[in-house]
Design a binder for this molecule. Structure first.
Ligand SMILES: [Zn+2]
Length: 107
């Protein structure tokens, strides 16, 4: 499952879609929908009604919020190769680790 390869906090690059080439940190993974939310990617602008808050300031106005993107549109970034696909390997202690398919670096 590709969605299992991407985790919250990963640095990823967009490999297709309108944000092609954009990079960011994964803020959330939505496995049931096969989507992830990436910081600064697929940002949507919402206009909200401006309203006063309790601190005497105001909230609302124009809000930027990242919309979910398909997990198939993102790739993990390898320090050697850039955007890459991920393979899994079992390390010496028996733990399953993610490695770059190109150079074998643990990701
Ligand atoms: Zn690599």
């Amino acid at each position: 499952m590709p969605s299992a390869s991407i985790r919250k906090g990963d640095r990823v690059r967009m490999i297709s879609g309108k944000d092609l080439g954009a990079e960011g940190r994964v803020l959330a993974v939505l496995p049931k929908r096969g989507k992830v939310i990436v910081e600064g990617v697929n940002s949507v602008t919402r206009h909200e009604k401006v309203r006063p808050n309790r601190r005497g300031g105001q909230e609302g106005g124009i809000q930027h919020k990242e919309a979910a993107v398909d997990v198939s549109n993102v790739a993990l970034i390898c320090p050697n190769d850039g955007a890459t696909r991920v393979a899994h390997r079992v390390d010496d202690s028996g733990a399953r680790v993610r490695v770059c398919v190109k150079c074998g670096t643990e990701l």
